[in-house]
Design a protein around this ligand. Sequence first.
Ligand code: ATP
Ligand code: MG
Length: 775
Amino acid sequence: MFDYLKELNESQREAVLRTEGPALVIAGAGSGKTRVLTYRIANLLKQGARPSSILSLTFTNKAAREMKERISAVVGENTARYLWMGTFHSIFARILRYEHETLGYPSNFTIYDSADSKSLIKTIIKSLQLDDKSYRPNVVASRISMAKNNLITPSVYANSAEIRNVDKNMRMPAIATIYKEYARRCFLSGAMDFDDLLLKTNLLFRDHPDVLQKYQERFGYVMVDEYQDTNYSQYLIVKKLAAAHKNICVVGDDAQSIYSFRGARIENILNFKNDYPEHKVFKLEQNYRSTQTIVNAANSIIAQNKKQIPKNVFSEKEVGKPIKIISALTDNEEGFLVAQEIAQTQLRDHYKYEDYAILYRTNAQSRIFEESLRKRNIPYKIYGGLSFYQRKEIKDLLSYFRMTINPADNEALKRIINYPARGIGATTLTKLESAAINNETSIWNIVTVLPSVNYANLNKGTVAKILNFVDLIKRFHKLAEESDAFVTAKTIAEQTGILKELYNDKSPEGLSRHENIQELLNGIQEFSINAKETGEPEKLENYLEDVALLTDQDNEKDEDKNKVTLMTVHSAKGLEFKNVFVVGLEENLFPSQRQGESNTQEALEEERRLFYVALTRAEDNACFSFANQRYRWGNLDFCTPSRFLEELDERYLDSSGVEVLSRNSSRQHQSMSSAQKQVQQLTRRPAGSPIKTPDSQNIFNKKLVSLKETGRTQDTFVGDDASKIQSGMVVEHQRFGKGKVLQVEGVAPNIKATVYFHSGAQKQLLLKFAKLKII
Ligand code: ATP
Ligand code: MG
């Protein structure tokens, strides 16, 4: 056991030792906020506080696990395991399961993921006979989510003239009706979506003071990490729980507030002082994570934001290397150069692969880096995107699990009642669903009273098929009560015929689906073994709960150790890596172009905070990259380097970046160096000079275009066929496949062809880059 107080500086120690009363730790990135929370909990336990009286809310399950491990090192595992520590969603899901009766929900309620919510919204839009082109499920889902996170229930929504006006202006006046129907159907299915976990907790505490009092008494201490990204719903829960004793400690950094698009309110941190007049503020100024160069560069960026609490952040680590900038001609080249930089750093500095992270603004950017790393045999792991658990075969099997636990789960039932095929068609399902909705119940309750009560007027043959399905689920239900998660899951995979069906499909896709199911079962086996070892519950329902509450950072497996990390900047929050690449630093990508954003200045400030988060993940080295051309939405776009590159104080940048690029490729060097230098000059603004205006951006664009026109030797990109392409020809493109040329226009070297691809996509392509092959 080590002396944790020695691991803290003076201000950190003060914050740790002030255990009673409200405390706000507000400090820049890497200054030890999470460490303070961790040791504060350890200290409380050392002082004799009961572990079950401490509630700590983290942003990811992974963060909670890591904090628990550290605390275990101080107070021992047996004490640490009784802490209430986890994400808002996982902690309050647990409380809602205890208190389910008060809310009229079953204790085994399902947690709908966003795909389930959208699918249900789609069904409702259809059943209300609304036009699905005006009512886009994504937009409707985010309106409902916003409402829930602001504690606006369906009836409040319907009665608010202000809200309904916004919907009318968005040409979706029926959202109030959809919201009401959505809430009703979730309830009939015994399901809560993610936002419900917070909303229902609030309603529970609001309407049942006795329940609230119970939890106020249970949790003598409340702590929240990343407080700047809490939404209103989370804020209120915390406030209510701490109201009696006011032993609340929140830590955060307003400069890292990056989730306002999801309803996070920066005001929560700003208002802490008013909410708790007797509070004490702790400011931490020393950054222990990053080199002086990285800290200073990050300070120079965030200083451009008008809305912020002034903070002094410094590092006493070494000065460190200047930040390298990689300018690539295309997005593919960006991938190549970043992989090359990793390979070269490896040869020189011998880091582990896990010491590298590539951070991008959007998930779509990952593909190119995956390819370039694969080509160099650099192992990588990727977070987010289409997650493993969203794959079709996985969701199918999980739906069986869900129905086994909560047979009222309509979304799960709809997925699997006819998978594997058992002759129950779409029409039957529609009838069943209408019967259920009309009778204010779940589909399960309609099918289990068959054949004596036939609400949906089904014929005998269909009834028999449905009853077979009912029997199957009932058997699984019994099995799940008696066996552990693994035995239940394996039996379900076998007895449904899913394993066999995928095994018999010998196509590459079939093989990989079969492997995925095996992988899922391996994971469940691991879960069961772990649960047995630690004495945690080991049933299928416990496994399902874990899966439902995963966040983007949580799907790490053991074999993922020592790999380069690829993730969005959003999911990198709170993490640190020795070497960080922030890629795709281009206008309209990072900062992103947010369509329909009402306040562009605020949106831009949030993008800048996101950039600050990205840079401050780096401990030793940071590297920025951008491409001059990039495929987006199937079109080749010319890009302008991000304004953030200009805003950085150039003292912290390695100005040789672009030059190095030219030297690496002699062919590029001959044709590009002078033009590239112009690029360099344009991207680097002397300190203190005004920020680029739209006009200068235009000039910049023109320079880039002229570079393209006169610059590169053609054979780098142009396939031999480029000059011969005419309309009517059938051509093949590396990425889009085969298609027919509809039109050719423009003069060399900027000839464009419009191609209609067999995939159904129509694209306009610049022939000098598109590498089309005549078939
Ligand atoms: P972020 O804002 O990114 O969440 P943070 O403020 O939570 O950062 P931590 O992650 O707690 O910062 O700490 C950053 C790094 O500095 C960690 O590696 C941590 O172990 C280390 N650190 C923090 N305080 C000290 C200290 N007093 N002495 C040595 N190392 C420290
Ligand atoms: Mg932290």
